[in-house]
Design a protein around this ligand. Sequence first.
Ligand code: LMR
Length: 328
Amino acid sequence: GCGARSQQNNASNESGENGGASDEKIIIKFSHVVAENTPKGQAAEMFKELAEEYTNGKVEVQVFPNSQLYKDEDVLAAIQQNNVQLAAPSTSVVTKLYPQWTLFDLPFIFKDEENVQKAMESPEIGGKLFTMLEEQNLLGLAMWDNGFKQMHSNKAIKTPADFKGQKLRVMSSKVLEAQFKAVGANPTPMAFGEVYSALEQGVIDGGENTLSNVYSQKMHEVQKYLTMSNHGYLGYAVITNADFWNGLPEDVRQGLEKALAETTDWVRENSKRLNEEQLELIKQAGTTEIIELTEEERQAWVDAMTVIYSEFENEIGKDLIDAAKALW
Ligand code: LMR
């Protein structure tokens, strides 16, 4: 677009003097909402180091964790306005612009991590979802894993009936709301940064998240139970402003792409380990009882929750849902 240059200059040249001096650093602000000891928190730091190295210091990446800069609901607009150049919101955040992305929120749609990776790499799924972003000057650069979500609560949740009347925090996503309504719970959309205090004050009864998000937010300290349900997936779309990215000097962009590719590989290999380590830390804290489900018990959740698929066939696209199912 025609605004690319000036936008880029607004965002990136902080050295004051004009004249195209080659030592003017390009600043990339990277906004995210989680803590540093999480897959995304670590990946953001790794990307910073590699990006600065591979661009020979032409780029400085400034990472803003813990919703310091933007909450999830504002971050895509901030990217479009080039107020930040990188973010990695959960796929649920993208559903506000493109409901097709709620595919990733469907409960039990993916068998395991390998299944998710296949979906992300598949032209019919990941490719299609990434391409649509470009209509709104967003560029999807990579998918980063977190992992499967578990239920955290103050009531032991073992059967679908146990959900009844529970006020549960969800990310802003119609599918996530429908998933909990299907089992008689009251879903409450809420920003990530507000969840801990809402739990502490009893404004909500519980919610769903990955082990690393539960642990790093200390949710386990105010939740009596954690049900190992692996019922839904939480992953991230690494997104930039398309004009900004395409306006970068070729060598810089290549350096950034290399840094991103290595970081993405690292996340893929380490997110599961980080979540497992944090489960151990939650156990050690001794504040939360871990509930394991038998195959039969888990199947009851599958039966109760996957009924919502048909409700979302039009919004997500039956082709996308079928493509994901075909990966099993
Ligand atoms: C959440 O809101 O629970 C997650 O999207 C936070 C995150 O970015 O992992």
